[in-house]
Ligand binder design. Sequence first.
Ligand code: ADP
Ligand code: MG
Length: 403
Amino acid sequence: MSAFKTLDDLGDDLGDVAGKVALVRVDLNLPMQDGVVTDETRIRAALPTINDLTAKGAKVLLLAHFGRPKGERNSQMSLSMVVGAVEKVLGKEVMFVPEIAGDVVAQAVGILKSGDVAILENTRFWKGEEKNDPELAKAIAANGDFYVNDAFSAAHRAHATTEGLAHVLPAYAGRSMQAELEALDKALGSPEKPVAALVGGAKVSSKLDVLTHLVKQVDHLMIGGGMANTFLAAKGVDVGKSLCEHDLVDTANAILAAADESGCTVHLPYEVVVSKEFAANPASLRTCNVHEVAADEMILDAGPLAVEALADALKTCRTLVWNGPLGAFEMEPFDAGTVALARTAAALTIEGTLTSVAGGGDTVAALNHAGVAKDFSYISTAGGAFLEWMEGKELPGVAALSA
Ligand code: ADP
Ligand code: MG
């Protein structure tokens, strides 16, 4: 692991940080439903860094993105919506600043006292964020004394607040970033074989690339969720109305061929839970073979027999890396597959035969829902960054801290 500075180095570098302004990149891309934060894991992950800095007397300006506003202001994606949830977890008042640079931020800094915390607006409202515009980084940096990156989950992106700021201010890894890198290195630096990777969820196109690399590194690739539908379609299965990216079937087939070549066993569900409506406990609920999905049905979970087959494969493995739920776990009974497999993985971990590492916003929420998050060897709050780390890619946000 490359060397990076942590909050322990602040004193040596900058002397007393009391009254100094910390620009802290955190992950506040929180799962929300009807304007209410449904899982606080990511806020809690930022607490050690925020508390460390406020205890040292710094003024803490939190930088984060929320959703994909594509470089424009969008009131539906304002970070003002998460202020209440952050205040609750932090146990103190938090100021909201509707800008990320300029006079408005400078005025806010003037009002904040040592140890106070403010949340700046969604960084992705500005086009320069995702373009990693050095001018934007400089403008943000003008209101701060040093930069802390505590958002491992965004470290696979070279954006102004995840990478650019590290080049214009003294830069440090936050506590969560530090813990994440240390734990992942410990769990997966040289994983015990056989290794299983379970990849599910909904972001098919963004995860296909990762699968291409994973098949060369793992012994078992378990594909679930919406991901599985694209692969089933590639194999000629009619997936009906299921979430499926039909234009990616060629890529899916190439991945299956690459897996074959590297001796990686690919597991796809052969039995599925389907429904005509995307709703909890629908009248049209049924379990069937993948070849029996009707044109007006959607696959929303792996069936119990398919999950049992995955559990059996898992029992032969020593390491599991998991990103993405097996089904639409937010709605009963489509949580059943994810919950059952999560409990098997947790039991094997407790028995000591399996090292289990899981990452991803929804994955963590699903494991919390199954009541087994605490039994996993390590839980990462990151999704994409977690997967790219697994691929062995250098994450730009981490590399910039080490430069
Ligand atoms: P993570 O946040 O852990 O990286 P994703 O965001 O990729 O995971 O995927 C989580 C989402 O995938 C959940 O909202 C879940 O409902 C959805 N999902 C899983 N399986 C299916 C399916 N078969 N059809 C539709 N959505 C699904
Ligand atoms: Mg997600």
